[in-house]
Design a protein around this ligand. Structure first.
Ligand code: ATP
Ligand code: MN
Length: 266
């Protein structure tokens, strides 16, 4: 190794590059070396002991199921029996689209625009999801209890039964008779989110709602915006439309939605 490599520095760089590429390909740009360090720090703190399996692989993040370690932190109490670990991709290609959500956010003024570094940007994104989830739970909106966030890794309560994740509203089998109550629950949740949490989800649909223990839980709030964001009402209107359309469709028109999108003016 010593002879060949030292004589040809370019091949060292090439090799490092290849290794880097392979690393990234293998772990789909989620589990890069630095993310693995963050994960072992979290394991050392007892937030979770092992990552059991992958629940979801998406464009922006992967979500994994994990179990608590032997010495879990005192907060939250009681500590959830199963943990969801959401790991955001650090590849730059995937979060260009996030810009419109963050621009106009006073919470991110100075933070995002100066963050040329993709790691830093994705960290801001994860931080935002942590704070938004906290605000939901504090405001009485059903959402996973958030535990910790470090860099691009978010640790939260796993919504499921045993190791089986609760289904997205889209995939849940729900009898027609239950639909009106769930629709009502979502209207209350959206209202609370706006008036108590001062947030608009901004990507709300049957894909980002879990049907868990007979109730609807809101997830995926990294892009949610403050109620005074310049596009807040546009986002709110489209959230409401998505929810209404889902219940209309799923019930074959039996659930009488309020038709808010046609009659409400903000
Ligand atoms: P994607 O790039 O796939 O859109 P995302 O940013 O939308 O990723 P989420 O919507 O937060 O990520 O999570 C992806 C999926 O992982 C969800 O649809 C849900 O099935 C599952 N999931 C997320 N959080 C939890 C949780 N706390 N408990 C159980 N399942 C969860
Ligand atoms: Mn989602």
């Amino acid at each position: 190794l010593a002879g060949g490599v030292a004589a040809n520095p370019k091949s060292v760089a090439d090799r490092a590059n290849q290794k880097d590429k392979a690393d990234r390909a293998t772990h789909e740009q989620v589990l890069d070396a630095r993310t693995r360090l963050v994960l072992s720090a979290l394991v050392n703190r007892g937030y979770f002991s092992v990552i059991e399996h992958c629940i979801s692989t998406g464009k922006e993040a992967n979500v994994y199921l994990a179990f608590p370690g032997d010495n879990v932190p005192p907060e939250p109490s009681p500590y959830p029996p199963t943990i969801a670990v959401k790991i955001y991709r650090t590849s730059i290609l995937n979060f260009r689209s996030r810009k419109s959500y963050i621009e106009g956010e006073h919470r991110f003024r100075g933070g995002y625009t100066s963050a040329k570094n993709p790691r830093k940007m994705v960290r801001l994104w994860a931080e935002k999801e942590l704070r938004n989830l906290r605000r939901l739970v504090q405001g009485g909106v059903r959402a996973p209890v958030v535990i910790e966030q470090r860099e691009n890794v978010l640790v939260m309560e796993f919504l499921g039964q045993g190791s089986t994740a609760s289904p997205r509203l889209k995939d849940a089998e729900i009898s027609n008779s239950k639909l009106p109550r769930l629709y009502g629950e979502l209207l209350v949740a959206m209202r609370r989110m706006f008036h108590h949490c001062h947030l608009v989800h901004a990507d709300l649909s049957e894909y980002n709602i879990l049907y868990h223990a007979g109730h609807v839980y809101i997830i995926d709030v990294s892009q949610s915006v403050e109620h005074d964001h310049p596009s807040a009402f546009d986002f709110l209107r489209s959230d409401i439309r998505n929810v209404e359309d889902f219940f209309q469709r799923r019930s074959g028109g039996e659930v009488r939605t309020l038709g808010i999108r046609r009659t409400w003016s903000f």
